[in-house]
Design a binder for this molecule. Structure first.
Ligand code: OAD
Length: 230
């Protein structure tokens, strides 16, 4: 049973209608990272940050998993390989497609986090700065999203899985944001085979043993079909 670690990024959800970050019409063209994706930005203007993530939560709720999400769930359900999907995405399209073994390393729009006491609870559709934590009652509610300058979730588990893997596959990510952008180098150091599936060559494309370029809804199902035939 091959152990496969799959990293996904915004490109896997693009064909579901969710905007990526770094395209010419991407989210970071309209919003400054410092304003909406850092703890300092949240401290300065929590209403702006909540508005940004409320919009993204609504966009994710309106989207449906696409053929790439569904293919990854099919590969896991077939049971011939041991899969871990690590996503940088904060939408819930992998779980709605049926993926079970999933880590949201950058958090999730579905979660609320108390900046005062660390308590977590399911996020309502709309969040606002005056919302208080159900446990400590502090009005310090924030989205459960990992911002720049914060440590992504479950890193020890991810690195352990990478070390033990037979294959690392990176899907729909530009390779700009660490530590995820470093997974290909981590995998290679451990002798793990590496494959990139992306619309175009990523920043780190040269580090992969193999790269296939095209829309995720085409290249991912095609790769999954191959994996299920071998
Ligand atoms: P980016 O927007 O940086 O990159 C998306 C990648 O997906 C690009 O390489 C595109 O070429 C590719 N792509 C676009 N459409 C595609 C399609 N239909 N099929 C396949 N690939 C496609 O998004 P990420 O790499 O996910 O972090 O960004 C990483 C992190 O940066 C995000 O998690 C977010 C952001 O800042 C935080 O907010 C902490």
């Amino acid at each position: 049973m091959a152990r496969i670690v799959i990293l996904t990024g915004a490109g896997v959800s693009a064909e579901s209608g969710i905007r990526t970050f770094r395209a010419s019409d991407g989210l970071w063209e309209e919003h400054r990272i410092e304003d909406v994706a850092t703890p300092e930005g949240f401290a300065r203007d929590p209403a702006l940050v909540h508005r940004f993530y409320n919009q993204r939560r609504a966009a994710a709720a309106a989207a449906l998993p696409n053929a790439a999400h569904l293919a990854l769930a099919r590969l896991e359900a077939a049971g011939a390989h041991q899969l871990l999907v690590v996503t940088q995405n904060v939408d819930d399209l992998h779980e709605r497609a049926g993926t079970q073994n999933l880590i949201h390393m950058h958090g999730t729009l579905a979660g609320a986090l108390c900046a005062a006491c660390g308590h977590r609870w399911p996020a309502p559709a709309e969040m606002a700065p005056q919302d208080s934590c159900p446990r400590c009652l502090h009005p310090a509610t924030r989205p459960d999203i990992v911002w720049f300058g914060e440590m992504p979730y479950r890193m020890e588990e991810i690195w352990a899985a990478l070390r033990a893997a037979d294959l690392f596959v990176s899907i729909g990510t530009s390779g700009n944001v660490y530590p995820a952008a470093g997974f290909v180098a981590d995998a290679r150091r451990g002798g793990v085979a590496t494959l990139e599936l992306n619309l175009e060559p990523s920043q780190g494309t040269r580090f992969f043993d193999e790269a296939r370029h095209g829309p995720a809804t085409q290249v991912v199902p095609a790769w999954v079909d191959e994996m299920l035939c071998t």
